[in-house]
Every structure is written in C-alpha cells, then in structure tokens.
Design a protein around this ligand. Structure first.
Ligand code: GLU
Length: 492
C-alpha cells in the first residue's frame, strides 16, 4: 500500500508504559520504512481519568525515545462534534438505536445474570421500539444512550496481520453503546470515527484490543467505509510469564530514563518484544530496524520483558557509543548530580573525556557515571564499605599506601609502564602480592572494589590527585586503627 497512514493513540490516564512505547515504535518503524505518515492522537474523552500532565509526560517520553510524528497531536476531547455526527449517521441509517433503559435497571439485570451464572449481554429491550415510541420518549426528555445494532446472525471476520483470520459469531457480540446518555462517545465510536476521518490505513495496537476489533469492523461495514488493516501486537509478560506489572519492576518509560537507560538501548530492546530481525541479531541499528521491520513478521506469541537483558543491552550501547554522542548525556547526568564543572581547562577537558572512555567500557547505565564513577569527576567521594572490608585488611596498609604515594610522585613521566613498575617494585620489596596493593589502591582512588584497570585509572586521574588520594586513604586507615571508629566498634 502506498503511503500508509498509522496512528499511535494513547489514553492519558497513565504514564507512557513500555507496552505503549512498543506500540508507538512498531507504528513508527512501519511508517518510516514505507514512506508513511504517523499520526499522534490523544484519547482523552474520559474526562475523569485523563490528565493534561500525563499527556505532557507521554509526549516527552516519545520525544526522548526519538519517536516523532507527522500529524497531531489530535485531542479527542476537541472532536466531540465529529463523534456525535457519526453517531447520528449510524442512527439515521438504522445501524444504531436509542436505549432508554435506566442504568439501575441494567445493573440489576446484570447482577441477576451473574448470580445465576448466565453470561450477560444487553437484552435488546429498546431495539424493538417503534419509531413513534422512540420519538415519544425522546419528546418526554427521557435520557437515552445510543447502541449499535449488531446483526442477529452470521459471523464477523477479519484478517489480522499478526493473528491471522479472526472470527466471531455475531450472537456473541452485545449491542454496544456508541454514545452515552450524557452525550459522551465511547471508545468504539471515537476510535472508528477518527480512524476514518484521519484516513488511517493500518491500525497497529496491543492484543488487548483484539476483542474490540469485531465491533469496530461491524461499524466500518455498517458505514460502508473502507476497513483499515489490523495488526495486533503480542502481550508483554514479565520473566515469570505473568502479565507485565509493577511487580516486575518499572513499567513506565520515564523510570528507565531515570535509571540511566539510553533511549537507543530501550528502542532496540522494545523492538525485539515481538519481532526478530533477520539473522536473529540482538543489537541492531535504527536504520536496519526501519529497513527490515514488517508487521507481517511480528510474532503472536507473548513477548517476555527481561530487565536483565535490557541492562545488558544498555551496557552494550554505552560501550559502543562514540564519545561525541556520549559526552552530552554524561554531562546531563553529572549536572543532575551536581558534579559538572562548566569551566574546563584543556587539560581538565581531556581528563573528563579519558574518564568517560574508561568508564564506558563497564558502565551498565548512565547513572554509573555519577554513582560508582563519581571519583572520576569529584574529589568528594566515599569508600564503599564492602570495598573497604574486602581490600583494606592488612594492618600495614597505611604505611604501604603512604610509601606508594611518595614513590609515585617521583615518577617521570607518569605513564602506564612506570606506574606499574613502581607498584610492583614496592610489593616485591615488602614481600606481598602486587594484587594486594592494586586492590587497596583502587579503593583509595575510586572508593569502589570494581573499577577500571588501576594503571589506566592513575594516568587518567593524574599524578598529584593519585598521590593525594593514596595519602588520604592512608590517613583514614590510621584513624580507623587509633580513632573514634574503633571505639564505636568496641575494639580495645
Ligand atoms: N487509547 C487506546 C489505548 O490507549 C488505544 C486505542 C486504539 O489503538 O485503538 O489503549
């Protein structure tokens, strides 16, 4: 189909969920790969539950992911006239009828059916009313909803690009409401009206909407309107195969952003929730995704959202990202943590870049730059207690670190080989394994038990800073032996 028109139609009753983001992405990929148009439509007719700040958050989430749209956002709350006109059209041609049944009566009937374990569908009381009777009741000002007149026999069938042929007996379908008695459109009415009005050719949405589709198909047919192609996307489950929920961790896109996940990594991860690129490759560029993606290749099997896999993918993206792309993101992260120095000398800039290069090889998230990597950007960092316990055990360590600090200050040039030779020489003289000094020094320089290789780390931090930090650690250790810490611990 030339120039397909797709839409992403979130309801601003919650944040942008990862499932919603996957739907947006699949629409986007299909549109971008086929010279199509992506429309953004905000389904905010539920005035009680829709919130403008949620709309803003959804737009922000899409922008952060890089999922741009070509038309909209259209707001359904501003298009009520269109829905009422469609409803009137359906009624006029006999495809819809007013229902005067009071809500209390309907509730009572439903509860009775439930008590008797009968499936409840509207019993079509008002379907039989004569034209005159309808006019009379309306004339009396009796409130009425508008219901769709579902055929009493036959099947409603459509071909879903993902789920294949879907068939439902019309006897299974209720005469569903189009307009409520307060004049508010239901989801079915507004969606079909808009998809027609906006000339949508492909409806791509979550499989949770599959049961809604026969009703919508009936509406298209009643209107004699062209039907869009439907593609329902598989459900997303947690690793325990239960429907993805907060129990499994974050479900909002924003939460992943706050966790330091890169949008590129999240996009790649979401793309694989229901679709497998050729060759089964996991890391795939956006360009390749656009080129390869096809709705017909989407699987109908439930997809599993594995946060561990996302973390892995994020570290891969961090590792591979060129410095000029990574730098502004790290900057934002450091700014948020109050660690960003806006005025840098050339030497400081180089140190910053070297630090990022070193850290990116093992970072799992952007947060690691301000978290475990803090010592690269600030002298104000603390020693992790786990690292201290593990690597600061030897009683003579303070003495050794002081000596190491002193000797490192005498090295010229301060290079990889020289620093390593210096440390190993000292270890040999003291009759200890070099590893003991390496690990202890790493804690002194970064506060962490795990960090980049010690000698690269030293070069990046610079001679003076390294010497200072080693001496500070030595002082700390001496205090721990004689100072108040021991009293707290109760050591004699
Ligand atoms: N507003 C609906 C939702 O957020 C989407 C409706 C549709 O795509 O047809 O689930």
């Amino acid at each position: 189909m030339a120039n397909p028109r797709l839409r992403f139609a979130p309801s601003p009753t919650g944040y942008l969920h990862v499932g919603g983001a996957r739907t947006a992405l699949y629409n986007w990929l299909y549109a971008r790969g086929r010279g199509g148009t992506l429309i953004l439509r905000i389904e905010d007719t539920d005035a009680d539950r829709s919130k403008p700040e949620l709309t803003a958050a959804i737009l922000e989430g899409l922008e952060w992911l890089g999922l741009d749209w070509d038309e909209g956002p259209y707001y359904q709350s501003q298009r009520l006239g269109l829905y009422r006109a469609r409803a009137a059209e359906l009624e006029q041609q006999g495809s819809a009828y007013p229902c005067f049944c009071p809500p209390e009566l309907l509730r009572e009937k439903r509860e009775r059916a439930e008590a008797e374990r009968r499936p409840w569908k509207y019993d079509r009381t008002c379907r039989q009313l004569s034209v005159d009777e309808r006019a009379r009741r309306r004339g009396e000002g009796r409130p009425s909803a508008l219901r769709f007149r579902v055929p009493e026999s036959g099947q409603t069938t459509f071909n879903d690009l993902v789920f294949g042929r879907v068939e439902l007996a019309n006897t299974e379908i209720e005469d569903f409401v189009l307009l409520r008695s307060d004049g508010q459109p239901t989801y079915h009415l507004s969606v079909v009206t808009d998809d027609l009005d906006l000339r949508v050719t492909h409806v791509v949405r979550g499989a949770d909407h599959l049961p809604n589709t026969p009703k919508q198909v009936l509406m298209y047919r009643a209107l004699g309107a062209p039907e869009p192609v439907f593609a329902h996307l598989p459900l997303i489950l947690g690793p325990d195969k239960q429907r993805l929920s907060k129990r499994h961790g974050a479900t909002a896109v924003e939460a992943y952003r706050r966790q330091g996940i890169l949008p590129e990594a999240l996009i790649n991860f979401l793309a694989l929730l229901g679709w497998t690129p050729r060759g089964g490759r996991e890391i795939i560029s956006l360009e390749e995704m656009i080129a390869q993606f096809d709705l017909a290749a989407v699987s109908k099997s439930n997809a599993v959202f594995d946060p561990e896999k996302l973390a892995w993918m994020n570290s891969e993206y961090l590792r591979r990202m060129p410095l000029e792309k990574l730098l502004p993101r790290v900057q934002a992260e450091l700014e948020a943590a109050g660690l960003w120095n806006p005025v840098l000398t050339a030497a400081e800039k180089k140190r910053l870049e070297d630090s990022i290069r070193l850290l990116q090889t093992r970072a799992r998230s952007l947060n690691d730059f301000s978290g475990s990597g803090r010592a690269f950007f600030s002298d104000d960092f603390s020693y992790s207690s786990e690292a201290r316990e593990k690597f600061w055990k030897e009683p003579q360590l303070a003495e050794w670190l002081t000596e190491l600090s002193r000797r490192l200050m005498d090295i010229h040039p301060f290079g990889l080989e020289q620093t390593e030779r210096c440390l190993r020489g000292l270890a040999e003289e003291k009759g200890i394994r070099a590893g003991v000094l390496i690990n202890a020094a790493r804690v002194a320089l970064t506060g962490q038990a795990v960090a980049p290789g010690l000698f690269e780390l030293m070069i990046t931090l610079g001679q003076q800073r390294v010497a200072r930090r080693l001496e500070k650690a030595a002082t700390d250790l001496r205090q721990a032996i004689t100072g108040p810490l021991n009293e707290v611990k109760g050591t004699p």
